[in-house]
Design a protein around this ligand. Structure first.
Ligand code: KG4
Ligand code: ZN
Length: 337
């Protein structure tokens, strides 16, 4: 089954063709980074406008470069949420129009769960797995018993990890998006120079909270003023975020005894995070799956790939079903606290 995946939940306009949920025939991503960089973050209104401008050519490119024609596609999978409503509406409306004009069935895919699915496109995953999704909008840990069997164990209660990397980089005028810039600069810094501590939740939950680290970072920046050593500071800041993510993830690993660790989302491109996960997983004899960079950040191959399983479950998108901006419960279970 050849599925056209369409993704427009944030600032990437993306389309891909994936066969049987596994084989990527094409994967086209247009990043709007340049459009938003002057603002130091995604401007929702500009993102929607940019999607409108690009979506037709990006989808056409994905179909052409796969060697298929529109007629030979078996179905369409589109990101239904969560994400920016205006951006989602562009992808969904385009996908619905295509579905009507080509008489092809359509499914609406959950963006977060699709991130967790992305490593399936490159690896044969040993389940059960623990999945860490860490991006500009989300930071959560899932227990994954198999494809479409997800239980959320922890989430962030405030900012996402990528969000605070981007915000602090913006505050220091380092550029946008901040995550990859901090990753690069941190390589030349001393991560022990500035002191941060891992937050502890008052209710002993292993949910994340990044706002305390962000406030501590701002206090240090203001205190040090011109004396702030940027490489040492960003190395220390990145280091505490990585330590925090990894310590919660592996503390769940102790409890749930998974066979493997899955990493997903834009921040999973981070070199220190990848290294830390690799080291810890090896030490504990766990398999680990680190997707290649294009499959970490927002892409449509993960939507087309996961869409296949929605088709298998006959989970079609009804034409009056709207996008959703926040996480929606279909396809996952929340652990009882
Ligand atoms: O998954 P994604 O493309 O979009 C969202 O759904 O948010 O993730 C984007 C996030 C941004 O916050 C960006 O700064 C971060 O991923 N990011 C990185 C790196 N590359 C991208 N963060 C740390 N290190 C990187 N190398
Ligand atoms: Zn994403």
């Amino acid at each position: 089954m050849k599925i056209l995946g369409i993704e427009t939940s944030c600032d990437e306009t993306a389309a891909a063709i994936v066969e049987d949920g596994k084989h990527i025939l094409s994967n086209i991503v247009y990043s709007q980074e340049k459009v938003h960089s002057d603002f130091g973050g995604v401007v929702p209104e500009l993102a929607s406008r940019e999607h409108v401008k690009r979506i037709d050519s990006i989808v056409r490119k994905a179909v052409l470069s796969s060697g298929l024609t529109y007629k030979s596609i078996d179905g369409i999978a589109v990101t239904q949420g969560p994400g920016l409503i205006g951006s989602l509406l562009v992808g969904i409306s385009f996908a619905k129009a295509l579905s009507l004009s080509l008489s092809k069935p359509i499914v609406g895919v959950n963006h977060i769960l699709a991130h967790l699915y992305a490593p399936e496109l490159e690896f044969s995953i040993k389940y059960p797995a623990l999945g860490l999704i860490v991006s500009g909008g989300h930071t959560s840990i899932y227990y994954v018993e198999g494809v479409m069997k997800y239980t959320r164990l922890a989430r962030t209660r405030d900012d996402a990890a990528g969000e605070i990397l981007d915000k602090i980089a913006k505050y220091l005028s380092l550029g946008y998006p901040g995550g990859p810039i901090i990753d690069k600069i941190a390589k030349n810094g001393d991560p022990t120079r500035y002191k941060f501590t891992i937050p502890k939740m008052s209710d002993h939950s292993k949910d994340f909270s990044f706002s305390g680290i962000k406030s501590a970072a701002l206090r240090i920046i203001r205190r040090e003023g011109k004396d702030l050593n940027i490489p040492d500071f960003v190395a220390s800041f990145q280091n505490i975020i990585v330590e925090y993510l990894v310590s919660n993830l592996f503390s769940f690993a102790e409890e749930y005894k998974p066979k493997s660790i899955i990493l997903a989302g834009g921040v999973s491109r981070n070199s220190q995070l990848r290294k830390a996960i690799e080291e810890k997983a090896k030490k504990r004899g766990l398999k680990y799956y680190l997707p290649s960079p294009l499959l970490c950040t927002d892409n449509a191959a993960m939507i087309g790939g996961m869409g296949y399983h929605y088709f298998q479950n006959n989970d079609f998108l009804s034409f009056d079903y709207p996008p959703f901006s926040r996480f929606e419960p279909k396809g996952f279970r929340q652990k009882r606290q």
